[in-house]
Design a protein around this ligand. Structure first.
Ligand code: 5CA
Length: 440
């Protein structure tokens, strides 16, 4: 991508409305734009990051055996009347009428709709277990939308829904998502700690929130500090192994960890003082097991091996991609801007032409740009005629992991400078060596 032809509206000034660093940096880097309160456009740079986050989420959902579909944002009120949640959900639900005066709503979550899909075609235990997910916009008319896309009214959610014959089988499905979440957040460069949590309007008995520790987090959390160094389940984790996944769950729930709603002061005080971590955190995922809470009122049953009909045991599993992007920034930035983990960086490398219009600089940059693009890398080429200082500031602000800097003096020697965004380390090397670093 040539920056001169891209759309990346950088802000020079710090936006006044941004209270936390991620919101400030997302606005400054031209990643998002507020369209009305708590409702955002994702501009091209932000969209690239969001897509990469979603690709990792999708990959890990698929690995754990979940199956992707796509459900609409607008739902009929009837479904919610069946479950009893239409009235219970209150003012957070955006209610709309269509031209025939039929009550509709902008979905805040999809338990009812997915239960309807399930009951329309699954009739036998032989078709279980089943886990269906989608990545779709949701709307919750939050009282206090704030911090940009961290808490917005319209937001994206990956929501998965599992169906099983028995409670035991449903717990295995829960453990699959539990392990998948540990892997997902790790691949996003985050350390998320599963904490016992309140089930709120989703309901149910068993629930964990996945929390990232950050000073600007909205949740107050309490946990054992050893969680910070626990091993993440490997990529060859066998998701069909009931014992294997139970062992992962048991290990990750063996020490104290709870959000403030579930906090047990006495249990926390039993943790040795030096091991207690009392901090603030950002909830990036939330999983629930709620048994037959929806299948019973909505009549979602299957025939069991005993020939009888059984209401299915369900769970739901949410991740907030549009919250994860700012959460990653909260965890990874410096005074100059964002520092993206390579897995979600909008570009792999930025090529900075320090003197656009200078033949040797132009030729060198074009050569590198072409070679790296051909090798399948996402390359941003700063070919604008801005001052070198402005280009450096922009490259640091948008947080691309590696910068290749081509200035007249180095280029005259057949060399360029390669800068690591995170460490700031700069290395001068031949043009070929700079290319080979990515192509090899
Ligand atoms: N149906 C269940 C799970 S599928 C559910 O709705 N869970 S939730 O309410 O906990 O939301 C799941 C995730 O969505 C949260 O962990 C959070 O990451 C994200 N999320 C929730 N509300 C917002 C919001 N207002 N803005 C941004 N992300 C949000």
């Amino acid at each position: 991508m040539r920056l001169s032809r891209y759309f990346m509206p950088i802000l020079k000034e710090n936006p006044k409305e941004a209270e936390i660093v991620s919101h400030r940096l997302m606005l400054r880097a031209g990643m998002i734009r507020q369209q009305s309160q708590g409702i955002y456009s994702w501009l091209p740079l932000g969209k690239r990051v969001l897509d990469k986050v979603n690709a990792i989420i999708r990959d890990e959902q698929n690995r754990a055996g979940a199956i992707e579909l796509s459900m609409p944002t607008l739902q009929s009120a009837e479904l919610w009347q069946e479950s009893g949640r239409y009235d219970a959900y209150g003012k957070e639900m955006l209610r709309i009428k269509d031209r025939q005066d039929r009550p509709m709503l902008y979905g805040p979550t999809n338990e009812e709709m997915v239960t309807d899909i399930f009951r329309s075609s699954v009739k036998s235990y032989k078709d279980l277990p089943l886990n269906l997910y989608h990545i779709q916009l949701k709307f919750r008319d939050e009282i206090r939308p704030r911090f940009g896309t961290m808490r917005s009214r319209e937001f994206m959610m990956k929501d998965a829904y599992s169906f099983d014959l028995t409670r035991e089988a449903a717990e295995h499905s829960y453990n699959k998502m539990f392990a998948a979440y540990l892997r997902t957040f790790d691949r996003l460069g985050l350390r998320a700690i599963p904490m016992r949590a309140d089930t709120g309007p989703i309901g149910g008995k068993l629930s964990h929130e996945f929390i990232i520790l950050a000073d600007t987090g909205e949740s107050e959390v309490f946990c054992h500090k050893d969680f910070v160094d626990f091993d993440i389940p490997g990529e060859h984790t066998d998701f069909d192994s009931v014992e294997g996944l139970q062992a992962i769950f048991d290990k990750w729930t063996s020490l104290y960890a709870a959000t403030s709603e579930m906090h047990d002061e006495a249990a926390f005080n039993a943790v040795p003082e030096g091991d207690r971590l009392s901090a603030r955190g950002i909830e990036v995922g939330h999983i629930f097991y709620f048994g037959t809470k929806y299948s019973d009122p909505m009549g979602a049953k299957v025939q069991g091996p005993d020939g009888k009909e059984h209401f299915v045991h369900m769970g739901s599993y949410g991740i907030g991609p549009t919250r994860l992007v700012p959460a990653i920034i909260e965890a990874s930035h410096d005074d100059n801007g964002i520092i993206w983990p390579a897995s979600v960086a909008p570009f792999d490398v930025v090529v900075i032409n320090m003197k656009a219009g200078d033949q040797a600089c132009d030729d060198t940059c074009e050569l590198i740009y072409a070679a790296l693009s051909k090798a399948g890398k996402d390359v941003l080429y700063d070919d604008t005629d801005d001052r070198a200082g402005t280009k450096f500031a922009t490259a640091d602000l948008i947080g691309v992991p590696v910068q290749i800097i081509a200035g007249p003096r180095a280029v005259a020697n057949g060399e360029v400078e390669v800068k690591d965004r995170k460490t700031g380390a700069r290395e001068t090397m031949t043009i070929e060596a700079a290319i080979n670093r990515f192509v090899a």
